[in-house]
Write a protein that binds this ligand. Structure first.
Ligand code: ME8
Length: 511
């Protein structure tokens, strides 16, 4: 794969209920990385979709009195609409009930059979339908006669059935070697340590087929078994690139995946099972798995089953999509769990969007409109204050690519919002309104630099708040081929003589 190509994925969502804030968070996070890479002139392929097989979905369909496929068609559509509401820039939306995916799963299965990594036996143990996961006895607790996973809190049931197994145990050493050779395969580091310790403590072979229900992809040449939904689901990342056709342009351009963005609850599947399946099938594993934390409400994971939802669509309707995107990206510490509330959402909108970035744009645009007929001419003189602002901005921008390459979005946003703060301060200190009569040239220079700063900040914030920043960049009349990160390498965004158009208010202050 070309260094300049970037393949990024979100997890594919279970269409077992309505999309919630956790889904919104996970998707927006991936979207921000995808948009950033596009702005950095990379060729990006960004994938999301729905994970439609398995007992969990079969049960949800039964509960709704629908055939599984009819039920999936309905809910998958809701998720697809949701991606639009979140303003995701995904290039594809895959459904695991599609033909292209079946073909790909069958091929991966055949490869695992050929490599001798699959054998037939019997599974006896605990299974959580809600997590679609097997748990060891030491991961189970009993409460009121029922049993639950200590890891996720989900209820488990005892399963005894004929099953195909994947020889995961034989991959333990090779996985540890893989983690050692690819020190940034799992980020953040705390999650990497968690995975390495788990693998070191010993891996058991993994049951990869089920016989007690039918909703899934059949094991090739054995209709009695359906393929374990996680082996099925993970393969979506390959299916979307037209695997098994490894000569396909998409596959050649984008495999191995650059980044799987996932929640910490599904880390084991992505950081242990997935590279083990791929290594066994002689396919290169992805470059990075980034495990984010949970969105919490109070102390609990926010999820439909727990009924503690802050409804994303309601929030978007009331506050706006850029506002929700900015809030989730700024306030949640991305490796950790994050508590969210309407109060902190409103504070964040006011402090960063309305009072800082929004105010900066509004005050400069309206000043230029009212005093300069929307036209600014820069002369050569650069003041000490200008030099200082340019230098401070450089200091804040020099590390930005690096921060994003390691998914350190919190520090990225902090740096960019600091530039906006400094620019507001520069305007306060330079007081261009006092120069209207006495020094028009200097006033023009101050405004020109302020507009150049607004352009830079807007490009940097574009992955996070695409709607507002697009409006600003349009009003600045910046040419399309400059709306990227080339200014970090010294390109000027505005010509010396700059004409702008009017800008309407971007963010309303919430009282
Ligand atoms: O796990 N906070 O699907 P899913 C943050 N189908 N993230 C959350 C969250 C919360 N409260 N609740 C869910 C699946 N998520 C599988 C994925 S990939 C081959 C298969 C995140 O719909 C969760 O961590 O249950 C996961 O990353 C994503 O939403 C989809 O969850």
């Amino acid at each position: 794969m070309n260094q300049n190509n970037f393949y990024i994925t979100t997890p594919i969502y279970y269409p077992s209920g309505e999309p919630h804030m956790g889904h919104a968070y996970s998707s927006i996070l991936a979207d921000v990385f995808a948009r950033f890479k596009r702005n950095d002139n990379c060729k990006v392929h960004f994938l999301t979709g729905t994970d439609e097989h398995g007992l969990k979905i079969q049960k949800a369909a039964e509960k709704n009195g629908l055939e599984p496929i009819i039920y999936c068609n309905k809910i998958s559509k809701i998720f697809k609409n949701f991606t639009k509401k979140l303003n995701l820039s995904n290039d594809d939306f895959i459904r695991t009930t599609e033909k292209r995916h079946h073909k790909s799963v069958n091929d991966l299965w055949d490869r695992l059979v050929k490599s001798g990594d699959i054998y037939l036996s019997k599974y006896e143990g605990w299974y959580s339908v809600s997590d679609e996961a097997y748990y060891n006895s030491d991961e189970i607790i009993e409460k009121g006669g029922e049993r639950f996973s200590t890891f996720s809190g989900s209820q488990v049931e005892w399963v005894e059935e004929e099953s195909f197994f994947f020889k995961l145990s034989s991959w333990q050493e090779k996985l540890l070697e893989f983690y050692a050779n690819n020190s940034k395969f799992i980020l953040p580091i705390s999650r990497r340590n968690e995975v390495v310790n788990f693998v070191k403590s010993g891996l058991k072979d993994l049951s990869v087929s089920r016989t007690s229900f039918t909703w899934g992809i059949k094991v090739p040449n054995n209709d009695k078994h359906v393929i374990y939904v996680w082996l099925d689901a993970l393969t979506n990342y390959l299916s979307a690139l037209n695997f098994p056709n490894t000569d396909d342009k998409l596959y050649k351009s984008f495999w191995p995946a650059s980044l799987h963005v996932i929640g910490k609850d599904i880390l084991r599947f992505h950081a242990i099972y997935w590279p083990a399946f791929l290594l066994a099938a002689k396919i290169k594993p992805p470059s990075r798995v980034f495990g984010h934390g949970w969105i919490l409400s109070g102390e609990e994971k926010m999820s439909k089953s727990k009924g503690n939802i802050l409804d994303p669509l309601g929030v978007i309707k009331k506050y706006g999509i850029d506002e929700l995107r900015y809030y989730l990206m700024k306030e949640v510490s991305h490796g950790n769990d994050g508590n969210i509330s309407l109060k902190s959402l409103e504070n964040c909108i006011n402090s960063d969007l309305a009072n800082n970035y929004g105010n900066l744009c509004q005050r400069v645009f309206s000043f230029v409109k009212n005093n300069c007929k929307n036209k600014i001419i820069k002369t050569k003189n650069i003041s000490e204050a200008d030099k200082k602002l340019i230098k401070q901005t450089k200091n804040f921008t020099k590390d930005l690519r690096n921060l994003m390459n390691y998914q350190n979005l919190n520090n990225y946003i902090k740096s960019v919002i600091s530039i906006s703060f400094l620019t507001n301060k520069y305007i306060n200190d330079e007081e261009p309104w006092k120069l209207k009569k006495s020094n028009i040239k200097k006033m023009n220079n101050i405004l020109h630099l302020s507009l150049e700063q607004i352009a830079k900040i807007s490009i940097l914030l574009n992955p996070i708040i695409p709607d507002a920043t697009t409006k600003v960049l349009k009003a600045l009349k910046i040419k399309a081929d400059l709306i990227n990160l080339s200014f970090l390498d010294g390109k000027k965004l505005l010509s010396n003589e700059t004409k702008i158009s009017e800008l309407n208010i971007l963010f309303k202050k919430i009282n």
